[in-house]
Ligand binder design. Structure first.
Ligand SMILES: Cc1cc2nc3c(=O)[nH]c(=O)nc-3n(C[C@H](O)[C@H](O)[C@H](O)COP(=O)(O)O)c2cc1C
Length: 216
C-alpha cells in the first residue's frame, strides 16, 4: 500500500555538484547545487537550478559560464560549507583552503583539488518557479589522471562522488556495483521473444485446425 505524501521534491539520488563562477569583481566563488543533472547528450549539456538570491545566480548570468565540480567523499565538509555560506560575505575558496584555477575554455574557475570538472557555457535559462534552470553546454571535461581507468575514462570507484538525500538532508556515499546498464535487462527481451514466438506458433496451430476442413 502506498501513502500519498503530496507534491514534494524527493527523488533518489540527487547529485552534489559544486558550481564555480566569478562574481562582479572577478572573485572566484563556489556554491553547492543538488537540483541538477545531465540534460542532453548532443550537445553534451548539464542543468542546475538556482534561486535568484544566490550570488552564483547573477555571476553565471553575467559571465555566461560556470564549472561543475564533482567532489570526492573526502571533501564532504567543504562541499557542505559551500552550500551554507554565500560568496557575498565569504571567500569560500580561501576559507576551505582550496585552489581556484581559471577554466581553459570558459570564464569561470574550477577547483584544483576535485577529481572531475565540467567547463560549461550558459546556453539557456528557464524560469520554473522559485528556481531558474541554467542549462550549460559542456565544452570540456577535465579529470585527474589518478581517477581514470585503463580505458582513460573516469572510474566512479576512484572519483568517489557522494549523494544528497533531500528528505533527511543526509550525504551518502555510493554503493556497490549491481549490474551493467543496457545489458542486464536483455534477459527480458528473450522472454518477450519466446513469448511472442510461442503465442504466434499457437495461433498458427489454431488457425490450421480451424481451416482443416477447408484444406481437405
Ligand atoms: C546539499 C545542498 C544542495 C543545495 N542545492 C541547491 C540548489 O540546487 N540550488 C540552489 O539555489 N541552492 C542550493 N543550495 C543552497 C546554496 O548552495 C546556498 O544558498 C549557497 O550559500 C549559495 O552560495 P552563493 O550565494 O555564494 O552563490 C544547496 C545547499 C546544499 C547544502
Amino acid at each position: 500500500m502506498k501513502k500519498s505524501l503530496g507534491p514534494k521534491a524527493i527523488v533518489y539520488p540527487t547529485p552534489v555538484f559544486v558550481i564555480g563562477s566569478y562574481d562582479n569583481f572577478g572573485k572566484p566563488n563556489l556554491m553547492t547545487a543538488s537540483w541538477g543533472g545531465i540534460c542532453c547528450s548532443h550537445p553534451p549539456s548539464i542543468t542546475v537550478s538556482l534561486r535568484k538570491n544566490r550570488l552564483t545566480y547573477s555571476s553565471i548570468l553575467e559571465r555566461k559560464a560556470f564549472t561543475v565540480n564533482i567532489p570526492s567523499e573526502i571533501h564532504v565538509n567543504e562541499s557542505d560549507f559551500f552550500g551554507i555560506t554565500s560568496g557575498k560575505e565569504t571567500d569560500k575558496f580561501a576559507a576551505a583552503k582550496l585552489t581556484p584555477i581559471k577554466a581553459q575554455h570558459v570564464d569561470a574557475p574550477f577547483v584544483k583539488e576535485f577529481p572531475l570538472v565540467l567547463e560549461c557555457r550558459l546556453t539557456q535559462t528557464v524560469e520554473i518557479g522559485v528556481h531558474t534552470q541554467f542549462i550549460g553546454e559542456i565544452i570540456d571535461t577535465k579529470a585527474e589522471t589518478s581517477v581514470l581507468n585503463e580505458k582513460g575514462i573516469p572510474d566512479i570507484k576512484k572519483v568517489r562522488p557522494f549523494l544528497f538525500a533531500p528528505e533527511g538532508r543526509g550525504y551518502y556515499s555510493i554503493g556497490r556495483f549491481i549490474g551493467l546498464a543496457f545489458s542486464i535487462g536483455k534477459r527480458f527481451m528473450c522472454w518477450l521473444f519466446n513469448h511472442v514466438f510461442l503465442n504466434l506458433n499457437s495461433l498458427f496451430i489454431v488457425i490450421g485446425m480451424l481451416t482443416l476442413p477447408l484444406q481437405t
